[in-house]
Design a protein around this ligand. Sequence first.
Ligand code: IPT
Length: 892
Amino acid sequence: EFHYWRLPSPSLWLDALQKLKAGGYNAVTLYFDWAYHSPAPGVYDFTGIRDVDRLLDMAQQVGIYVIARPGPYINAETDSGGFPGWVDTLKGRSRSGAADFQAASDEWLTHVDQILARHQYTDGRGPIILYQIENEYGYNTDAGYMAHTEQLVRSHGISVPFTQNHCCGDSTWATGTGAVDIVGQDSYPQGFDCSNPTTWHGVDSLPRFRDDAPIYAAEYQGGSFDPWGGPGYDKCRQLTGPDFEKVFYQNNIARGATMQSFYMTVGGTSWGWLPDPSQVYSSYDYGAPIDESRQLTSKADEFKRLGYFVNAVAPLAKTDSATAPAPSNSAIHEDLRVNPDTKTQFVVLRHNDVTSTSDDTTTIKLSTVDGTYPVPQTGRIRLSGRDSKLFVAHYTMGASKLVYSTSEILTHATIGGQDIAVLYGRNGQSGETVLRYSSRPTVTVQSGTATSTWDATKGDLRLDYSHTNGTPIHLRISGGGTARPLELILASDSDAAAYWRYDTGSGPVLIRGGYLLRTATGSGSKLALTGDTRSAGPVEVFGAGVTSVTWNGAVVPTTATAFGSRTGSLPGPVPVSLPSLTWKTHSDTAEAGTSFADSGWTHATKGLAADPYGFHHGNVWYRGHLTPTGAVTSVTVNATTGTSGSFAAWLNGTYLGSGKGGRSITLTVPSGVTKTGRDNVLAVLVDDAGHNEDFKADDTQKEPRGLTSVTLAGTSASIDWRIQGDLGADHPVDPVRGPLNVGGLGGERHGWFLPGFPDSGWSTTTLPHSTGTAGVAWYRSTVTLKLPANQDTPLALSIADSASRHYSALLFVNGWQVGRYVNDVGPQHLFPIPPGIVNPSGTNTIAIAVWSKDDTSAGLGTVSLAALNTYATSLTVGTVQAPGYDPAIYGG
Ligand code: IPT
C-alpha cells in the first residue's frame, strides 16, 4: 500500500513505485482519497499533486500492477476516513443508500472512474488489475448501496474484478446482493500499540471466502500507526520487524494465500489537516519497510527476499495443502503445500508457538517424487528464536533439478548460457542442497567452503555448507546431463538482499551492489543501469553477453570474473552541509482584541459548529459580543476538537486560559476586565484537529467540530457569535495546496506562511525564544540551500524543546503545512520535507505558527534543518509549482 496523497510531490511517486518494483513487489494497492480531490460539491481537482492519471502512467512505466481502492470510504487514519468536509454536512447516513450521500458518492466515483478506466489491464492499456468497492464494509451495511455502487462503477467502463477487504462485522460480500469477485481478509495480528515492541501475538488464519477465488490477504500488517503521545515509529518498526515479516508472511503462504498486500509498505506524511485526530500525528511513517522519507529499511530487505522468491518460483501460485509427517522436535510446526501439476513441494517451518524465542533444532521427513529423505542428511535445521523457513522440494530450477534445499530461494534465472541461483540462510547456520543429475556432474567451489557428496544410486549431488555474512559461496556445477551449467550462490540473508534482479528486453540481469537499482536497459553487449548509491562501492553484473556497463549514464569500467559476471565500482554521493536558520517573529492574536473589526466575519446563525459554515479544517476563531450589566466572574467553555485539539479564550483582549478539546473548563475572569453596560468581546480560538473516521458506518465522522458550549457566571447577558475559518472556506483561495493546507489563524488568512510575504517589519529573533505572552506568534526564516545536484537528500525540520513548555505549532515549508507539532504531547520532533517542495538551489521559506497556552512558557524551542541522509541518484525531481504571497488575495 502506498498513498500518493501523503506525498505531495509527484516526481517522488515514481521513486516510491521504483523502490517497490526493485524491492520485489509485482503490485501496489492505492487508496484514492476523495477529500483530497474535492473541496466542495461538484468541484474536483486531478491536477498537480492530485494528478492520478500521471501516477497510473508511472505504475505502467515501472511495470507494477495496481489494485485501485477509491472508496468512497477509505478509513486510512485520515480526516473523516476520506470524506470531504462537505459530505460530513449531509443529512443522510454515510455509506448507505441515503439519497444525498448516494448522489455525492456517485459524483466522486464518476470523476475518479473516468481516470481509472483509462488504465486497466483488461483493456491492455494499463496496470489496474483489481478495483476495491468500499472498505471493510462489515457493519451497518446496506446491500442496495453496495450493489448500486458496483453497477455504477461497471457503467463507467471498469471491467477488472471487484474486491472487498473484510475485517469485521457481519457482511463479507462473498455472496448475495452486492457480492464482489474476490474477498480478502484484513489482518493486523500485532495490533497498533507499539509500546511493547517485543510482545508478539499468535498467528491468525486467512479464510477462503469464495471457492472460485484466491485467498487474498487484502491488508496484512506491514507496520502500525502511532497516536499522539505514542512511543514513536522506531518502536512500530521493531514490533513489525523482519522477524515478524518472515514468520507471519510465510505463514500466510502456508495458509494458501496467493495475494498479499502489506499496509503500509511506503510510509508517508499526513500533511496539512489530513490526519484523523485520534489515531495519528503528522507522520504516517507507519514503521513501514520504506520509511516516511522514502528510505529503505531492514524491513525492505525481508520483503525483497519474499517478493523475489514469489516472483521466481512459479509453482507456488497453485498449491494444495498436504499432510506432512511431524518434525522430530515437537516444538516445531510444519506446513506442507504441493503443486498438483508439477508436484513441487513447499515446506514452511516455524515454532508451534510463534511467540517463542527459544533456539530449537529439528529434522523433518520429505517424501517427494524424488524419494523419501530425512532432512537434513547431516546436521539439523535450526530455528533460532522467532524465525520461519520456507523450503522448496522437487523443483525444476532452470536446467537443474532441485531435490530439496534447507536454504531458501531468493531468485534464479538463465543468463548467458548458464543458470544462476541465489539461495540464502541465516548467518552462521548450515544449509544442505540436493540436486539430481543423470550422471556425476563436475563441481567447482569457486569461493568459500562447501562439501559435495555424490550418490550414484539416486543421482543426487548433496552440498553441505554454512551461510556466512560477507562471504557468499560460489559453486559451479556443470555436466551431469544438464543443458547448462549452474552458478550457485549460497549467501547469508543480508548478502542475498544486496542482489537486484531486473527483467530487461534482452533478458534477465542480476546486479549486486548499490543502494537501489531503478532501471536496467539492455541492448546487445551494453547494459545501462540507473539507481542510487549511499557510498562508493563495488558492483557485480550478471547479464547475457554484457561487456559494457553504464551507471546513471557514466561508463563503469568492469572486468570479467570466473562466475560469469563482471565487477566494477560505483561512485557515491558528496557530503551535504546545511546552513543554520535565522528568524523573525510577529504576534498573531489581534482577533482576541477589542479593536479588531469582525463585521466581515460570518454571523453564527446556524449554531457554533464550524462545518456548516464551510470551515472544515484547522483553527477557527469565534468572537462573541455581549453587553453584561454585572461583572463576568468566570467563563465555562467546551469545544469538540478531536484528540490533541485545544482551545483558548480571551475577554476584551485579556487572556483567560485554555483547555483541551472535549473537556469543559471554567476560566476565571480577573476583576476589572468586564466593561459593564458596554460591548464586550469574548474571543475563543479553537484548534479543530480533524474529524473522526466512520469505521462502523454510523456517522461518527459527523461529530461537530468547534465551540460546543459557553456559559458565563456573573451575568445573564446573551452572546452574539461570529465565526471565522480558512480564507475561502470550502472554495480555498489556494487550490494548488488545496483544502487541507490551512485553517483560520490570522496569519494563515494573511499569507504569513507563504514565500514572498513581506516580513521586513517583523522583529529579528533567535531560537529558542520566549515571548512571555500566551496566544499565537509566528516565526519565519528564509534560507538559501545549495544541495548537491544528482543527489536525493531527504531533509527534515527538527524541533527540540523541554516538554514543560505548553505550545503547539503548525510548520510550513514554502507554504506547505508539513506537520503539526505539540510540544507537551509529542512524540514527533522530526518532520520530513519532500524534495520538490524544497528548492535545492535557492531560497526556501520556513514559517511556524506557535500557539502558546500560558504566558510563562510561551515561545518556541530550537528549530533546525536536518539532512536525514544523502544518496547519489538518477531520480530527477520536478519543482512542485504553487503560488506565493499575493497581496490581492492575502492583503485584506
Ligand atoms: C484498516 C483499514 O482498512 C485501513 O484503512 C487502515 O485504517 C488500517 O486498518 C489501519 O492502519 S481497519 C483495521 C481495524 C483492520
